[in-house]
Design a protein around this ligand. Structure first.
Ligand SMILES: [Zn+2]
Length: 425
């Protein structure tokens, strides 16, 4: 009887349920746990909670955790009750060890979700001994549940960026809560309607939680893509846009690289001078070795167009050190004048891009927001997206993104350990 008690605890059984027997099937090499309920027991109607007598039963089986190396199955006759309020008809009762319609025990699903946080879903499915489609269904369900419980009352500043499984395929837009770095929503595509769908999602959330309000979202951070700008302007007309500084600098970095390539092509002497220097110009100086630093020191004082472009880049970087908006704007005007008079074609182009996004770039001085805060999340997502390879629908990609970057309340190994260890009573 004592071992039955242990099994009952790992299943979270409560009266009137009990473990009738545990059988090791030597032929099938599996463990079968038979559950039963005390005769004459009444069960609550799943709709209204009214205690009702059993109408009939349905025999069902669930896959449970492995017991040592043996697959374990739970068997039970599940009662259906006829609601005594006479309003809800004949209903299957709720059971403590599994959620409705699942063929797996709650503990098994918990175990699978934990595995998925550590490895690809296919690998987790293989380890748990189930088909990957079943594993995905379990994961989709638990991630969706955890998302529905997510507290979004503090959502004020949103960073949006795009992600794709493979370049050019299945783009999604990732919406992050900048104040509490986490992904809150992922929507298909990366056009202006993507922002509208995000707003619809927030409105939907507001229906169940009155503390959530799309009007409270006053700040957006994004790249300079016209689609996002248009979408934000339409869906959140009150919100200010800050162009993410990394995206702004990326534009100037591209121009710098273009200048270097053009200059290399002019003559052999320049070609030799600029050989193997791409990294020096583009990387953050703090990421250079001692040798590279002194090389850069030498080369940047030479009469090179690339060196001039480099000075323009570092000068623009200093814009984000400003704290006073008026001073910052004065500084950016000077930079713009200098860049447009540099006679460096790609830099002139980059300066014009800056001009077109003037207010959103300067907005940083007041908002202090950048997607750099969520860069860590995006990197996590990039690594994890490999887990959704081969699954074409964005549904899979979204589930993985929420799993790794959503900061969701999902089962942890600690919860699982508690479930396994019978508590003292
Ligand atoms: Zn009822």
């Amino acid at each position: 009887m004592a071992e039955n008690e242990v099994f009952a605890r790992t299943l979270g059984l409560t009266e009137p349920w009990y473990v009738e027997s545990v059988v090791f099937d030597n032929k099938k090499r599996q463990v079968d746990i038979y559950l039963a309920y005390r005769s004459g027991a009444r069960f609550p109607c799943p709709e209204c909670g009214e205690m009702c007598p059993v109408h009939d039963t349905k025999t069902r089986t669930w896959k449970h955790l492995y017991f040592f190396q043996y697959p374990t199955y739970i068997h039970a006759k599940i009662p259906r009750v006829k609601c005594e309020q006479d309003e809800h008809g004949i209903r299957m009762v709720k059971i403590p060890w599994s959620r409705p319609k699942s063929r797996f025990s709650e503990a098994f699903e918990m175990f699978l979700v934990i595995l998925c946080t550590e490895m690809s879903v296919s690998a987790a499915a293989a380890m748990a001994g189930i088909h990957h489609n079943s594993a995905w269904r379990i994961l989709h369900h638990h991630v969706a549940q955890a998302r529905s419980r997510q507290d979004l009352s503090g959502l004020r500043k949103v960073g949006v960026d795009e992600a794709s499984v493979k370049k050019g395929h299945n783009y999604v837009s990732v919406f992050c809560d900048i104040d509490r770095p986490r992904v809150v929503d992922v929507e298909d595509g990366r056009d202006s309607s993507t922002i509208t769908r995000f707003k619809d999602w927030v409105k939907d959330k507001a229906r169940t939680d009155p503390r959530v309000d799309p009007e409270k979202i006053k700040q957006f951070c994004c790249d300079m893509s016209p689609a996002y700008v248009l979408g934000i302007g339409r869906a959140f007309p009150e919100a200010e846009i800050t162009f993410d500084r990394y995206h702004v600098l990326a534009v100037v970095n591209q121009a710098l690289d273009m200048v270097r390539r053009q200059e290399r092509a002019t003559n052999q002497a320049k070609r030799d001078l600029l050989k193997h220097t791409r990294y020096l110009w583009l990387k953050n100086p703090t990421n250079l070795t001692k040798k590279q630093t002194s090389w850069l020191e030498d080369i940047k004082s030479m009469d090179l167009k690339t060196a001039r472009a480099y000075h323009l880049k570092t000068a623009l970087q200093r814009l984000w050190e400003h704290t006073d908006p008026a001073q910052a704007e004065k500084y950016l005007k000077k930079w713009y004048f200098w860049a447009t008079h540099s006679r460096l074609g790609p830099m002139v182009q980059a300066a014009r891009t800056v001009k077109r996004h003037w207010d959103g770039i300067l907005q940083f001085i007041q908002s202090h927001i950048s997607n750099g805060i969520i860069e860590g999340l995006i990197n996590k997502i990039r690594t994890a997206m490999k887990r959704a390879y081969g699954f074409k629908k964005t549904k899979y990609l979204k589930t993985i993104i929420y799993l790794v970057a959503g900061d969701l309340d999902l089962p942890t190994p600690e919860d699982f350990a508690q479930l396994q260890l019978p508590t003292q009573s």
